[in-house]
Design a protein around this ligand. Structure first.
Ligand code: KIV
Length: 277
């Protein structure tokens, strides 16, 4: 269990020394629990849109929604490195907007780094944000914000051309100043190769064991998100059925009058003549 907040350079320095852990969080209560077990980094992912806000994709998520949840996570986990995920179109329009929006994660939500999706096309934005003094985590492979362009939620880098392109993008993002790189949904051999070829740590999700660290969406790991579960997700517990069972029991007990019982009430005998005129 650690209680000293890691910095971006400290995360980079873990490469080759120990595996890095990152989990998503969207609110203070979960953030508190995840911090208490010593996760290296918390990511306020734009998966917020699908997992918490009920959108069909991550595309509609706004800066204000991200900041609202990131600030809550910061309050719950003050001692954990916090990464804010830049939502769709918050960094693509211009470098100036990218820096300003990244800055909001730091100034308004207390984040320690931002993450953004994309390869070569975002290198200038990465460079500008890093030059303004803010650490950036990059994200390639399956990039959900541009899933339409990729032709759906599919494993990326399966043929040699796209594998070569992903390796080039990883190197370009390292060159642009990213301190770490998320690899989502790519073959394990390619992820291992990229991890060997770049000096920054790779954080895999659906990218096999050769990465320098792993990230999962916490709600998937806990079996809380039932809409769909990617095949690379390991459910360490399946909480949704237990939650439904507990809530159904509450409904039954209220209807039958068995809740609240004496144990869950404040006992005091009082008669109407004592308080009614
Ligand atoms: O939004 C998110 O949760 C992510 C992770 C899956 C890496 O980007």
């Amino acid at each position: 269990m650690q209680n000293m907040k890691l910095s971006a350079p400290a995360i980079t320095a873990k490469k080759g020394v120990e595996k890095i852990t990152m989990l998503t969080a969207y609110d203070a209560s979960f953030a508190r629990m995840l911090e208490s077990v010593g996760v290296d980094m918390l990511l306020v992912g734009d998966s917020l849109g699908m997992v918490v806000l009920g959108y069909e994709s991550t595309v509609p998520v706004s800066m204000d929604e991200m900041l609202h949840h990131a600030a809550a996570v910061r309050r719950g986990a003050p001692a954990t490195m916090l990464v804010g995920d830049m939502p769709f179109l918050s960094y693509q329009v211009s470098r100036k907007e990218a820096v300003a929006n990244a800055g909001r994660f730091f100034k308004e939500a207390g984040c320690d780094a931002v993450k953004l999706e994309g390869g070569r096309e975002v290198c200038k934005a990465v460079q500008a944000i890093v030059q303004a003094g803010m650490p950036v985590m990059a994200h390639i492979g399956l990039t959900p914000q541009t899933v339409g362009k990729l032709g759906g939620f599919k494993v990326q880098g399966k043929d040699l051309d796209s594998a070569r392109r992903l390796l080039k993008e990883a190197k370009a993002l390292e060159e642009a100043g990213a301190f770490a790189l998320v690899l989502e949904c790519i073959p394990d051999g390619l992820a291992r190769l990229i991890s060997e070829e770049v000096a920054i740590p790779t954080i895999g999700i659906g990218a096999g064991a050769g990465c320098d660290g792993q990230v999962l969406v916490t709600n998937d790991l806990l079996g809380l998100f039932e809409k769909f579960v990617p095949s690379f997700v390991k459910k360490y517990i399946n909480l949704a059925p237990d939650i439904k069972e507990a809530v159904a029991l509450f409904l039954d007990e209220v209807k039958s009058g068995s809740f609240p019982d004496e144990e869950h009430s404040f006992a005091m005998k009082i008669e109407s003549k004592d308080i009614c005129r």
